[in-house]
Ligand binder design. Structure first.
Ligand SMILES: [Zn+2]
Length: 357
């Protein structure tokens, strides 16, 4: 329902010329839209997880619009000009989290085609482990096998799960992942477990393996994109923010060293993205002591000069966002109307179950 109101509202504001007025306002000119991408589908990942993946076709539509109507800056330059209050109008930055092989295969050629700068926040540990990222892969396998699973034992599950619903699939995959964690499996043992899970589900593991789906880039691929001008920045080595400063500093140091080894860059990476978007107050002084110049979250919004540089919001983009909604975010319209929509939402109690929204 909220989505419906939003869509209708965006159509109306567009027709009234409100969108263009916001896009070309001084308010918008003082802000930058830091776009946040995760995965780009190699195959059907957007059907499995439209909140995380976008199709190459939708991504190309975004890039074309960025090229034609916005000023896309490299991340470091955008952060500097944000606080110098010297941004160009309609400014944007493109960031990709994690550094999946799909970035290399799908996004990188499009960035070159449209001559757009971009930053990859790279988590480095798995780059040297040429296998699918275990937890995500388990969830994908369970979705993939939802129609071929014939019942019977399934890794980590005490009884045959119901894979007909998203809830059932999430629980089944979480049980497999939880079992592997409790057993303290090595990476190799986790790969073997994923293969067993695929067999039990009736999914062709060898085909997925050779497609290189849900893996990170190899060091060679990272070197290739870096030499072509893609900016590689920090996302911790093991995609985690330890609770103690020593452990956290080690994650940054390992991440920095691995990036330097892969890219050959002598300039230490100084921009950070919180793994899984999870940030805590105590991380800010730790990041400052590590010489981090900016850090991005997964909170929605345009970054403005009053935002803390270590808590910069972004505009998340994925397959279930229409081009009109995306442009409304980029233009600043969503940010302007959001408080009004929220008020309206609070005053209009939901009339349908939450699952339907
Ligand atoms: Zn991440």
């Amino acid at each position: 329902m909220l989505r419906g109101i939003k869509r209708a509202g965006l159509g109306l504001t567009g027709a009234l010329g409100f969108n263009a007025a916001v896009r070309d306002s001084r308010w918008r000119a003082g802000r930058v839209a830091i776009l946040c991408y995760h995965g780009v589908s190699m195959d059907d990942e957007h059907l499995w997880n439209p909140r995380y993946f976008i199709t190459p076709a939708a991504l190309e539509q975004r890039f074309r619009a960025l090229r034609e109507r916005y000023n896309v800056l490299p991340l470091g330059e955008a952060v500097r000009r944000l606080y110098e209050r010297a941004l160009p109008p309609r400014s944007a930055v493109i960031t990709f989290d994690d550094g999946g092989h799909d970035f290399y295969q799908r996004a990188f050629p499009l960035l070159r085609k449209y001559e757009l700068p971009a930053t990859v926040y790279l988590t480095t540990y798995y780059c040297r482990h040429p296998k699918p990222v275990f937890e995500m892969f388990c969830h994908y396998l369970v979705w993939k096998g939802r129609k071929t699973y014939r019942g019977g034992s399934l890794v980590g599950n005490e009884s045959a799960p119901d894979l007909g619903s998203e809830k059932g699939r999430t629980a089944a995959a979480a049980a497999a992942v939880g079992w592997a964690r409790r057993e303290g499996l090595t990476l190799e043992a986790m790969d073997a477990l994923a293969e067993e899970l695929a067999q039990q589900l009736g999914v062709d593991y060898a085909a997925l393996e050779s497609s290189r789906i849900l893996r990170l880039m190899t060091p060679e691929e990272v070197a290739a994109i870096a030499s072509a001008g893609i900016d590689i920045q920090l996302h911790t080595h093991r995609h985690t923010s330890p609770a103690d400063e020593g452990g956290f500093a080690r994650e940054i140091a390992d991440n920095r060293r691995a990036i330097r080894e892969m890219t050959g860059s002598h300039e230490p990476a100084a921009h950070f993205c919180y793994p899984s978007g999870e940030y805590r107050a105590e991380l800010l002084p730790w990041l400052e002591r590590e010489g981090i110049l900016s850090a991005t979250t997964c909170e929605s919004g345009l970054a403005g000069p009053s935002d803390h540089p270590l808590l910069l919001p972004r505009v998340g983009d994925k397959d279930n966002v229409s081009q009109a909604e995306w442009e409304a975010w980029l233009d600043g319209v969503s940010e302007v109307v959001r408080p009004w929509l929220r008020r309206m939402w609070r005053e209009t109690p939901p009339t349908e179950p939450p699952a339907a929204r």
